[in-house]
Each structure stands twice: as structure tokens, then as C-alpha cells.
Design a binder for this molecule. Sequence first.
Ligand SMILES: C[C@H](O)[C@@H](O)[C@@H](O)C(=O)COP(=O)(O)O
Ligand SMILES: [Zn+2]
Length: 215
Amino acid sequence: MERDVLAREIIDTCLEMTRLGLNQGTAGNISVRYQGGMLITPTGTPYEHLTEANIVFVDADGQFEEGKIPSSEWRFHQAVYQARPEANAVVHNHAVHCTAVSILNRPIPAIHYMIAVGGGNSIPCAPYATFGSKKLSEHVFEVMKDRKATLLQHHGLIACEENLQKALWLAHEVEVLARLYLTTLAIVDPVPVLPDEEIAIVLEKFKSYGLRIED
Ligand SMILES: C[C@H](O)[C@@H](O)[C@@H](O)C(=O)COP(=O)(O)O
Ligand SMILES: [Zn+2]
């Protein structure tokens, strides 16, 4: 796909992420895999101000275009693409319920069968490291080898998928799961969970189930 078209899709996805209430201000960032590297949102720029020209190309060696500064989190986006060859889009946000669970430093357990959207029986929580650091990208790489989404301790959420629409859909589903978890956790701890055997069945069914939108 043309660079400008992808850049427009990134911006539209950013705006939709805010519209869905998943993010605010200059928090969060979005990328797509592109020509061996990625196209990614610039650092510290409110989404409403973005134009196609602001989207930054970062190559496989982490080099980026002169005059542009990519998201401070380009390293963990790169780590996701390395950990998950099928992923073409990465979404990061500070969604309130995901971030609240991350502060508790807990994974979201199998409280609902939709947990399987993340590719397993939980949404894990990657250990804390300073934003933008290599250490954080190393944690993300380890966790994302087994999942399509992870919480980041004391920080937020990362979700990846084969395209932007699906990545945003996944991020939204995980935020709903986080909200359900916190709601039930206020009543009972530990929260009842589905057995691994049932999640294995759902994971199998999800191979032919998911968001259906034409690219
Ligand atoms: C401090 C940053 O907001 C950090 O939280 C980062 O993870 C983020 O979400 C937005 O940073 P960029 O604007 O650099 O993408
Ligand atoms: Zn962040």
C-alpha cells in the first residue's frame, strides 16, 4: 500500500482510539509494518494535529527520517514486529481500566471467554521499565512471543494484529475485559475463571472467528 494511504489510516485509527475513550492527550502511539521497518506516529503530538507528513518511517536499524522524531516507544513497536511475524499493526494506549489493572501488576485472568482474543488464557502484564527504554522493549518482546496483547505495568496496553482495524478492535476488547475484571474484583478476589480446557476450545473456534471488515 502507498505510504500516504497508510499514514492516513494511522491517523484515522488514532482519532478513533480517542473517540472510543481508549486514550487521551498525547498518550499512546500507533504503527504499521512498512518496507522492513515501520511507519509510526511522531512523539508528543496531539492526534488532532497530525497530517500524513508527520508520520515517521523508522527502518530496521532504528534510523529515522531527518527532521522528524518518532514515538518515544518505537523500540517496543519494533520488538512486537520481531516477536510476532504475522502482526502488521501495533496500537499502544493508556486506557483507564487496562492501566488500573497494570498498576495492580496482575494479568487479566480468564474471567470471560473473550480473553482468547489475546491468543491465550490471560492478558499478561509485562514488568515495568522506563518509557522508551530498551529494557521495556525487551520485556515486551518476551511477553508478546506468546500473546497479541499485554498490559504494561504502571503504564498501559499494547495490542497487535494483522491490520490497524483489528489491532484497535483488540485494544478495545481488552479494555472491556479490564473493566469487567475490576468490576468483579471489587466484589470477590480471586475472581472466578474459566478452565484452561474451555479457553483451549475457544482459541480453536477463534481461528475462524473475528472482526470481519474488508481492508
Ligand atoms: C511519556 C509518554 O507519554 C509515554 O507514556 C509513551 O509511552 C506514550 O504513550 C506516548 O509517547 P509518544 O508521544 O512519544 O508516542
Ligand atoms: Zn505510553
